[in-house]
Design a protein around this ligand. Structure first.
Ligand code: FDA
Length: 307
């Protein structure tokens, strides 16, 4: 499993393989399970359907590692357009957006990324909703948390994502578990070296529980992003222990993953938010999903061979 994970995570960074997979006619069916569609129209339709089922959403316009100022500006404009359409459609505040700073230019000019992120946060505020900054590989963590602190001066509800596989994350949770902060806790989806990240599933899970304890006992708003039944049960237990009601924390899961569990938690009275990616640049996202689970790989190979 660890071997498969590293193969898919290495594939996530290969542009040659990206061209090959994207041009395969079968890919579309596979992508459809995890991605809402290619345009804002698809994102809105999916958000409406999930809202009708009592689920909140966080929309992610797919794309990362933007290389030019023009691309970064186009990503910003997509989010501005999406937010105004969500507002017009009456889908806010149940729908918020998730943003990757690398898509806004973080890697070639952090100042450009900050400026664009600020514009997205302002548009979200105008639409009556929030922004969460996705976490990417560990080389970006310091920069992302600095940008978050800067954005929160004007937009205090801007959410952070912390990855339990990073050794630093328990300390980051302590920093961020303060009143008004929103923190999405996930396991982490990138290939990271042992120097910065726990490598075994058990160590990652143990770190997740330590981080969960910090967030649930703190004053912020924890967003428990996992499909792991054991961690979900522990989160429910901690929420009871720390007397958190359903509007004082939420569960989050990815679109297409464990929809029955999403429905069960919502029916139990929990706030459940589905992370819904849309757009044409689905390759890196899909490879990370395949890295997570052998069953996803089996699903992908069946689609490739059953034509
Ligand atoms: P994991 O993949 O270890 O699975 C644990 C268990 O969950 C499995 O053993 C199984 O029981 C169950 N399970 C998982 N998938 C299933 C399926 N398809 N069907 C049935 N059971 C299944 N990462 C990142 O680095 N930066 C980010 O910004 C984000 N953002 C983000 C947002 C949201 C809302 C979520 C849910 C996740 C992320 N992630 C992320 C991804 C995250 O880091 C992680 O890679 C995945 O969530 C997978 O980890 P799990 O916690 O689900 O456990």
């Amino acid at each position: 499993m660890a071997m498969l994970r590293s193969v898919f995570l290495a594939a996530a960074g290969s542009s040659r393989l990206e061209r090959l997979v994207e041009s395969a006619p079968v890919s579309r069916g596979v992508v459809r399970r995890f991605v809402a569609g290619s345009g804002a129209e698809d994102a809105l339709r999916t958000s409406r359907a999930l809202a009708d089922d009592g689920l909140a959403v966080s929309l992610d316009h797919l794309g990362e590692d933007t290389e030019t100022p023009e691309q970064a500006q186009a990503v910003r404009d997509e989010y501005l357009m999406l937010l105004s359409r969500l507002r017009e459609a009456g889908l806010t505040p149940a729908a918020e957006v998730s943003v990757k700073l690398s898509a806004l230019g973080q890697k070639f000019d952090p100042a450009v990324a900050v400026e664009h992120a600020r514009a997205v946060c302002a548009a979200a505020a105008q639409a009556g909703t929030t922004v969460t900054l996705d976490a990417e590989d560990h080389t970006t963590t310091d920069s992302t948390l600095e940008i978050l602190a800067d954005l929160r001066k004007d937009h205090p509800t801007t959410g952070a994502v912390l990855q339990a596989y990073l050794r630093r994350t328990e300390a980051d949770c302590r920093e961020l578990a303060a009143s008004g902060s929103r923190v999405r806790l996930c396991k982490g989806a990138y290939a990271e070296p042992e120097s910065v990240a726990f490598q075994s599933a058990l160590d990652v899970d143990k770190s997740y529980v330590r981080c969960l304890n910090v967030l649930m006992s703190g004053d912020g708003y924890p967003m428990v992003a996992t499909h792991d039944p054991r961690l979900i049960a522990i989160a429910e237990d901690r929420a009871r222990w720390f007397d958190r009601s359903s509007d004082e924390f939420e569960f989050q899961m990815l679109y297409g993953v464990r929809p029955d569990e999403q429905a069960r938690l919502a029916a139990d009275g929990h706030t459940v938010r589905v992370y819904v990616p849309y757009g044409r640049q689905w390759y890196g996202y899909l490879m990370r999903r395949l890295a997570e689970r052998p069953a996803n790989v089996a699903f992908f190979s069946r689609a490739l061979t059953s034509r």
